[in-house]
Design a protein around this ligand. Sequence first.
Ligand code: NAD
Length: 302
Amino acid sequence: RLPRVAFIGLGNMGGPMAANLVAAGVEVHGFDVVPAAIDAARGKGVAVVEDPRDAVAQAEVVLTMLPSGKHVKEAYAGTDQRPGLLSAAQPNAIFLDCSTINTSEAVKAANLAREAGFRAADAPVSGGVVGAEAGTLAFMVGATEEVFAELHPLLDIMGRRVVHCGDAGLGQAAKICNNMILGVSMIAVSEAFVLAEKLGLSDEAMFDVVSGATGQCWALTTNCPVPGPVPTSPANRDFTPGFAGALMAKDLTLASNALDETGVDAQLGRMAGEIYRRFAEGEGAGQDFSGIINTIRESSHP
Ligand code: NAD
């Protein structure tokens, strides 16, 4: 039997994730604060409740998919205006946060749940809205062995790849480390294409060489920032995401915060964060993150 789920946060990601659980026969009670999200989830068969505490009272797994760590903490512990989910849950419930938040906030959220007598895990995702809808997300899980084993069947419904990274907080650690590589490598690939163009090299020749050489990476061979060599990459459709610049800027800010907390001297990771935060202040927020190549072209000498 699959565990009963309270699903808190039915937005772009949470809505389709909850719908996939329902379609697989999981008993899901959902809650959101925004009427449009509630209506969309209801339309996909999610039983929506007026008070999240009603959902949580029946749940074996309390899954949150919220914008930031502040939202997760307030949902768990409550605010002056409303009580939190921790005061409504069943004994032995698992608090599973799938949002992307600071690693230190993830550890704090798990500790809040554990101090209240519950079990806790973090399982941030990659794969975007397309992956949420198709049930092909990748989950990076921070949990004890026991909790990981209990959650695995649920995560398998919503995702295609489920990796146990260690105890609570380490799912977030894996996610931001991966995205720090991705941010840096996309900038590196884009800079190299702009330089190649200036030197007179065609995009196609540049791609043919680098995709079979030591510069090869996902940013080049799957999400190529120039149109042509990889017909499915966002550059071929005017940089429609894909993975939006605003989300890359968010994840690199989380990475920068972790760098500050650990004292790690990651100069490229920090600089990638600055570059993407600037990108996301303008049109880049809604473009695929590979659109960073345009800002490199624009700020280069003619
Ligand atoms: P979203 O803004 O579409 O959804 C968040 C939902 O949470 C909203 O519907 C909002 O109304 C709701 N919410 C806020 N406070 C709440 C509360 N107290 N109780 C109940 N609901 C509340 O965001 P999203 O795109 O679904 O992203 C969710 C998380 O997943 C974020 O942490 C994001 O970084 C991460 N993520 C997103 C993507 C993506 O491609 N969109 C990919 C990977 C990870």
